[in-house]
Ligand binder design. Structure first.
Ligand code: ADP
Ligand code: MG
Length: 698
């Protein structure tokens, strides 16, 4: 963001080796880092009244003279400094650092104190307030009181070594004074004015020391805009580069797709037909397709993908479908084989768990062209996988893959047409951001004949009712999922937790039912065996971690019971719920909240949202909204690309604005070669797409 300030903080006055090491603790090593180290919050201490006018619980600033100081050793030893302004007295109280305070202030000093007003007995007090000694000239620049004051995150060691929020404030102020003149605004003034944005240098200054909350917001918008613009320029550049490359027109002519459709036990939905039309049109053009197929869980994306793959096969090419997990790849292969049975077209499967001989067979068939259709995991991306003539790549549940991985599959052929699919409905702002380089097709219609789906959430105390309900469903011949949250990445503790739950259920509320257990630590063969047992109806209830979250399709499963539902993100709950409601029977999603320290308002809102609506797009919007509050600046948000400044829940309009600006810039100067655009080109180039993906919500 500030390449001209990428030099060590140590070169600033007042920062030596010791401070440099401390600043490293919060990731600050260059001057640019320091200036872009944003406050996590502000306190408004502009409210300045006489001491008599202070109200309890108010954030305020008072100015007066130090009337007395002393250490009081009561139940808790403390340092108390009384400040007086003619209208009354205010006690400033500290529970640590006595010797420091003795030296810091003297009786008679004129001080400004800022903090939250409290009452202690008859007296007004502030605990650990900020103090500035005005009589010593510190009011040249009032940084800590009498204004909107920024608060910064500090590490424990920083606090111990007296580099507090206050210290950072001073350093940042000093740095701004010294170098803000060097800041180069990469945005051409015309774009800046058109979009109504602050100049970069004033935005950076303002974000630390705003005169009003509106100003802080405007500053924040500027930084967020830049971040989004650089990303859009990068994605737009990729898109243009791709469009410059010739694709290969695939003219579907054979009867394969026709035959398949006539053998289906149902009609294609209107949305499926529309999607297929768009895809076929793309395939016939001499430009490689780059299309996102977005459709809510259960909308029938697999069939669309298969028909598209058949079109490619009929056009003389090979087609590959890549899924994020082995379970899903195997399921897809099974479904495709069944659907393709009438066509006599074999489906090859390539996953990491094939034996050497099998693997070699598949590789050979792909290389010589015997295999026309292959399904696999990212095992497809390995270097030794060579296609005779790959013409079409489909990536399912693509939010599990990074941008670069989906590109990698395309590189297995020339001018490969790409179709990526996602069941994670994405609000428009996010779609534009993540898929700025894709055309989008939406499957906005569920196949008919689905039973109703009822969602409710319960506190853990009512758990037994949920389990007896689950039993009743099983007695009716239905199946159930019981899901436990992921506890850690490596899976060791997950395995223990879910295994213990499995045993408890087997001996307790679900005794006598046929239970299956599924977690990430099971050997692949066992996973596959459990899954096929469940699919075949030999297992009544599947006790699992979130492994089953994506793509599973078992129409007789009518109950989804989620334990510790308060720990899941909205989009993940929506995915889980999507595993039921796939058949003609009524289905039920039961969310059990079992919070350790009470249900947070956010968790409450999530559960209510789930109970209220089934609409994936509405849920996705809510997800962005709920994640938003509480973080002025979007810090790391699991589940979304990691923006430092932009907040997609709040900045939807900015995304559109940035996208439009990027398009304008690239239309005028496709390679950003003009000297006025050099700064933008450099920053766009630096955008890290490798880390860009939508991970599971947490
Ligand atoms: P998703 O979009 O979540 O990947 P799937 O492709 O797994 O959904 O489809 C869900 C189920 O709907 C499958 O069992 C599939 O056979 C069925 N299905 C797909 N299209 C139709 C249709 N047009 N009419 C009825 N059922 C359909
Ligand atoms: Mg699917």
């Amino acid at each position: 963001m500030l390449p001209e300030l990428e030099y060590p903080v140590r070169s600033l006055r007042g920062i030596g080796e010791a401070r440099e090491a401390l600043l490293q603790e919060v990731g600050i090593s260059t001057v640019a880092d320091l200036l872009l180290f944003l406050p996590y919050r502000y306190v408004d201490r502009t409210c300045q009244t006489g001491i008599a006018g202070l109200r309890v619980d108010q954030e305020a600033t008072a100015v007066g003279r130090v009337a007395s100081m002393g250490v009081i050793s009561g139940r808790r030893k403390r340092f108390v400094m009384a400040v007086e302004d003619g209208s009354g007295y205010l006690d400033c109280v500290w529970f640590t650092g006595y010797t420091y305070f003795w030296q810091a202030f003297s009786k008679g000093d004129l001080v400004a104190v800022g903090g939250r007003v409290a009452r202690f007995g008859q007296k007004l007090q502030m605990v650990h307030p900020e103090v500035e000694v005005l009589s010593r000239g510190e009011d040249e620049a009032r940084l800590h009181t009498g204004r909107i004051v920024p608060l910064y995150t500090t590490s424990a060691r920083m606090k111990a070594e007296r580099l507090s929020s206050r210290g950072l404030r001073r350093l940042i102020y000093g740095a701004l004074e010294a170098v803000s003149g060097d800041i180069v605004d990469p945005l051409p003034p015309s774009v800046r004015t058109r979009c109504g944005l602050l100049p970069l240098a004033s935005a950076i200054r303002t974000i630390h020391f705003p005169d009003s909350h509106e100003e802080a917001e405007a500053a924040c918008r500027r930084l967020a805009f830049d971040e989004l613009l650089f990303l859009q320029l990068r994605l737009g550049g990729l898109q243009r580069a791709r469009e410059g490359q010739p694709g290969r027109p695939l003219r579907a002519c054979g009867p394969l797709a026709e035959t398949l459709v006539t053998h289906l036990p149902f009609q294609l939905t209107g949305a499926q037909r529309r999607a297929l039309g768009e895809i076929r049109r793309d395939l016939s053009r001499p430009v490689a397709m780059h299309r996102l197929l977005q459709g809510d869980v259960g909308s029938g994306k697999t069939l669309v993908a298969l028909l598209a793959m058949l079109a490619a096969v009929e056009g003389g090419a090979q087609a590959a479908l890549m899924a994020p997990t082995e379970i899903l790849a195997e399921q897809h292969a099974g479904v495709l084989r069944e659907l393709l049975a009438p066509l006599d077209l074999p489906v090859y499967l390539l996953t990491g768990r094939l034996r050497q001989v099998e693997r070699r067979e598949v590789l050979k068939a792909l290389a010589c062209g015997d295999a026309r259709i292959v399904v696999g995991t990212h095992a497809l991306l390995r270097e030794d996988v060579v296609f005779e003539d790959l013409g079409m790549a489909v990536v399912d549940e693509q939010h599990r893959f990074g941008v670069l991985q989906r590109a990698a599959l395309r590189e297995k052929g020339e001018g490969v047409h790409l179709l990526v699919m996602t069941a994670t409905p994405i609000p428009r702002s996010l779609a534009l951001t993540l898929y700025g380089d894709l055309d989008v097709t939406v499957l906005d219609e569920l196949p008919p004949g689905r039973g109703p789906l009822v969602t409710g959430w319960r506190l853990a105390a009512d758990r037994h009712r949920a389990f007896s309900f689950l039993r009743e469903e099983v007695v009716k011949g239905r199946q159930a999922y019981i899901v436990y949250p992921l506890i850690e990445e490596s899976g060791e503790r997950d395995m223990k937790a879910v295994t213990r739950a499995f045993v408890d259920l087997q001996q307790g509320p679900l005794r006598g039912l046929r239970l299956g257990l599924l977690h990430g630590r099971l050997p692949a063969d066992e996973k596959a065996a459990v899954m096929s047992g469940f699919r075949a109806g030999q297992i009544d209830a599947l006790v699992s971690t979130t492994l089953i979250e994506v793509g599973m399709d078992v129409p007789d499963a009518t109950v989804m019971l989620v334990e510790h539902a308060e720990r899941f993100g909205l989009s993940q709950l929506h995915q889980l719920r999507g595993r039921v409601g796939r058949g003609a029977h009524a289905s039920y999603c039961v969310l059990i909240a079992d919070p350790a320290g009470g249900l947070t308002p956010e968790a409450h809102a999530r559960l209510d949202t789930m109970a209220r609506t089934r609409d994936g797009f509405e849920i996705a919007e809510m997800d962005l909204q709920i994640r938003g509050p509480g973080q002025i600046f979007g810090t790391r948000q699991a589940g979304f690309p990691e923006f430092r400044f932009a907040h997609l829940g709040r900045d939807g309009d900015l995304v559109v604005l940035a996208r439009r600006a990027a398009k304008g810039l690239l239309d005028a100067d496709p390679k950003l070669m003009h000297f006025e655009h050099r700064g933008l080109a450099r920053r766009a180039e630096a955008v890290d797409l490798g880390g860009m993906r939508i991970a599971e919500a947490g």
